[in-house]
Design a protein around this ligand. Sequence first.
Ligand code: SF4
Length: 438
Amino acid sequence: PKEVTDVICPFCGTLCDDLIITVSDDNKTILGVKNACAIGAEKFNHQRLPGRVKRPRMRQADGTYKEVTYDEAIDWTAKMLVKSRKTLMYGWASTSCQAMSIGHEIAEKCGGIVDNCATVCHGSSLIAIEDVGVPSCTLGEIKNRADCVIFWGCNPAHAHPRHMSRYSIFPRGFFTVKGHKGRKIYCVDCRYTDTAKCADKFIQVQQGFDYELLNAFRTAVRGEALPDTVGGVPKEKIYEIAESFKTARFGIIFFGMGLTHTMGRNHNIDIAINLTRDMNEYTKFAIMAMRGHWNVTGSGQVLGWQYGFPYAVDVSRRDQARHQTGETTSVDLLNRNEVEACFYIATDPGAHFPVDAMISSSRKPTVTIDPHINCTTEISDIHIPVAMVGVETGGCAYRMDNVPIETRKVVEPPEGMLTDEELLTKINKRVDELLAKG
Ligand code: SF4
C-alpha cells in the first residue's frame, strides 16, 4: 500500500486539504483515510462500497432497473434534452467546475434552466450579496487574524466538523499564537447546539427574531437606546457584547441556514452584512456564509462568470439568461409543472426538495447522474453512475471563501466508468448530432 498526501476532501465547503489516503498497490482501492472527519472519511469509504452500481441502469415498466450501456444511456439522455423545450438541470454541487461549464453549454443548446443547491440553502445569502455587497475574507485570514468569531444560525460542529479546528476556533495563526485562548467565540442560535458548547458566550435568540437582534446590535454599537429585551435577549447583554465586538482586533461572522431559512431570509443577511459594515467603523470585521455542499460555491462562480447570476439561471430562451427567485428556482418550477424533463447531476434533490416537487419531478422524463444510488436515482428513468470527483478524478472546486482549489485523483475509477466531464462531453456531442439532423 502507498500513501497519497495533501488530498482535498470532497465532502463539505471547508475543502480540507491535508488528508492522507492509503491506497492499494494497484491504485484501485482505498484502504485508509487519515485527518478527515467522520463525514469526510465516509465519502472516501464509499469508493469501495459493496454493491456499487458500475453501469447505467434504465427503469422498466414494472419498476425494476435493467443495465444498459453508456452509449444507450447517452443517446436516451441527449434525445430527452433535445425533445424537451424546457429542462431543469439541477445539482452540480459535487462535481467540478470543468464539468459544470460543459453542462451549461448543453443547457444553452437544448433550452435548460441551470440551478444548484443554493436554491434550497444560501440562495437568500446570494440575493443579499447582490443587493448590498459583502465585506469578506479568506479562511486563512481568519485563522491568522481573527480574535472574535461569531457563529450565527450555523452548527459547524455537525455540518463542517473540521472548520473549528482548522480555521475558526482552535488553530494558532500568525497573529493568533494563543489559538483558542486568544479568541472570543460567540454562538447565536435559537437552540443550544454542539457549536454553542465550544463558545464563550451563547446568545439564545427567540426563533424568527434574528433580524430584530441584528438590528439591535447595530443600534447598540452606536450607543443608542434599546427596549428591555430584543428577540428574548436582555438589552444589557446586547450592549456588553456589542462593546466586546468593538474592542476586537479582527471579527468574523459565520452564518448558516438559521439565518437564510427563517423569517426575513435575504433581509437577515442584508442586515448582518450591514452590521459587519458598521463594525468596520471601529475595527476590522468580515462576514462569510457557511456553504455546505462541497463545490456549490463553484457552481455559483461558474454561473456568475457566464451569465451574471449564481443560481437558478434560465437559458431556455437562448438569446438571454434570466434569473428570478420564485420564477426560475427549481422547487417553484416543479411545483408549477413548468419543466418538461429533469436532469439531475451530483446532488440529491429527492433528499432535500419538498415532497410535492419530487412527485411532480417523478412524472417527467428524468436522468440522474451520480456515483451512487440515492433518493433521486430511484425516481429516475435512467441512473448513470460516474467516477467520484475528488476521489477517482480531479477538477477545480471552490471553498466556502471563494478560493479555487484543484482537487486530486486518488484512485482509479471502476473499469470503464466515465467521469462527469467525459459523460457530459459525450452527451454534448450526441446533442449536436441530433440538432444537426433537425
Ligand atoms: Fe471533509 Fe468538511 Fe470534514 Fe473537512 S470538515 S474533512 S472538508 S467533511
